[in-house]
Design a protein around this ligand. Sequence first.
Ligand code: BGC
Length: 735
Amino acid sequence: MPAPRPIAILIASWVIAVGASAQAQVQPVSDPDTRARQTLEAMTPQERLALLRGFIPGLTPPDKLPAGTPNSAGFVPGLARLGLPTLTETDASLGVSNMGGVMRPNDGATALPSAAAMASSWSPELVERGGAMIGAEARAKGFNVLLAGGVNLVREPRNGRNFEYFSEDPLLSGVLGGHAIGGVQSNHIVSTVKHFALNAQETGRTELDAHMDEASLRETDLLAFQLAIEIGQPGSVMCAYNKVNTVYACENSFLLNDVLRRDWKYKGYVMSDWGAVHSPSIRQGLDQESGTKPKDKPYFGALLSQDLAAGRVQAADVDRAALRILRSLYALGVVDHPVAQRAPIDEAAHAQVAQDIAEAGLVLLKNDGDLLPIKPATRRVLVIGAHADVGVLGGGGSSQVLPMGGPALTLDLPGEPIWHRKMYAPSSPLAELRARLPNATVSYDDGTDPIRAAAAAIDYDLVIVFVEQFTAEGKDVADLSLPGGQDQLVAKVAAANRNTVVVLESGGPVLMPWLDKAPAVVAAWYSGQRGGRAIARVLTGEVNPAGRLPVTFPASLDQLPNPALPGADKYSIETGKSLYDVDPTGRGFIVTYPEGADVGHRWYDRRGLKPLFAFGHGLSYTRFSYGNLALTGGDALSASFDVSNAGARAGVEIAQLYVRIDGVRRLAGWSRVDLEPGQTRRVTIQAEPRILARYDTRKAGWRLKGGRYVVEVSAAIDAPRLSGEARLKARRLKP
Ligand code: BGC
């Protein structure tokens, strides 16, 4: 017998039908599907349609922000009559953004380290804390939809947005992305996961056509999204600018209907990237067109209405999209827990989150002769370059955060737009070093004159050269060299003083032609609100470096699957200005990915290439040893082993599990192990079964072959510590 319909719902439907006051309408029904349906039923056809179009804030209706709504990337007007709040959208992967500091003058937020830095921690917990912190600040500022959760894979190391993405590895990206999203959404707000899919470079991003066979795509970029969605359950998926296999991502029925909805059973809504829509493509799976201006072609406005009137789409298509949006709002508590217009922020606690992540994400790449940590007897230290006297660099574009307290330094690049403004977070490595080295003289040279800097370097016990690579959304880097003669600076300084430490502030991998001359190198990425303190604490040994590389550092551009940046001949990558120009040929261009499923480190492994620094690499001030491997096979693969801290300091080891699949090592799991000196821990890592499987397009699903698998427990992909074989049963897994 069917359960009787609860009275509350019956009353609610009736109240809504006669359009009573907002308070009466949303009844405490926990099931988000039911609530979404109730609200939809109470909406007029025009109101349903209006939910499908967002605006970039402008001056006159319909794009005028409602009173009290903060300025940001976009908004979708609310519906007070039914208790639906305005959807206030802000970028948020690295903090509540405020691009160039111009969107909301003086409205700072806690700037987290870049996603690459977060990923170097390999810590889902820390990344989730970061997401929760961002979400809390977003709430306090009045935002309820965060454009966070960038899980595109680093396929192209020259991509200007790699600092917004976690890793080249599908498992690491997906797991960390999922936790970032979960953290954000713990504040009863929506997070996206983005940019779905294959948005691997900025050059020509609105026109390029990324080609990849389905199986490779499922095993890599799509798997990262799939994992992030399973773990984080984002309210929304943002489709990308580019085409995927000839069809724009936001009208790509294969991606949006087949993969996302049919195979992954995703229940949230798909929003477009800003300006990524080219037709009223609601049937292809897009639910909401974002970031429009009144003068834009009204795809999800008048044009969709015309399609409805002409019978090309049905009212049910609009209802389905509106329902998905409403469902996410109820499921995440956006309606029940409205965001504040302005609430206090615990700045000190949030800065500590940024510091903890920065410290966990710094990677000690090289440390010959134990030059680091800085010895207590060091008396004269020279710090050089990269504005290390005032702060630490961040990346540019929509994710840019105006740091709390204001930037230490803002630099506008000649001829470049505001979204390529360089901003330095106010955490001075120089001041933090001075505070930690009270018995030393710590001097500064700005590094603009390599000959002067090298001459000065001779007189010091230790030299720390800061070098930087600025990257931003909307432009890729031409190559992986450090700009502005910094390679020459390091070479000259390191030749003048053997005790030279290089601190690299970059969006991703760079080449290091001077590496054999520099005994110590630290990858600090973009280190955020407390970056200077984190760097100083690691250099002085207050903190033992714990980061491991989430991306491979190539030895040369020749090692890349695409040695030349695709499309670089068509666009000016120097300025990024022509990014939105129509391709002179009018056809866009195809990007192929020769590596396919062998993304990132797998490519190096397949080809036997020796990179500059391998995936997973990172040193510590202590030593770890491994032993007693026990493998379990059968239905699932797991590895148990001991890790010991064999040195004199507490430290963190990232034990990595690699399994050879068709001849290539794949990261199948990892464990972050925190150990006191002399301590040993037994660790168990379960392998993610989809990493061990191949995607079978003929039978639509994952196929795990039965047989023997070679397993390695490693300190980095090129540093296996234990190995063995496990036998697995043949298995099929749903797509
Ligand atoms: C970016 C998105 C961002 C959006 C809104 C676009 O240019 O690609 O990542 O969320 O702008 O700022």
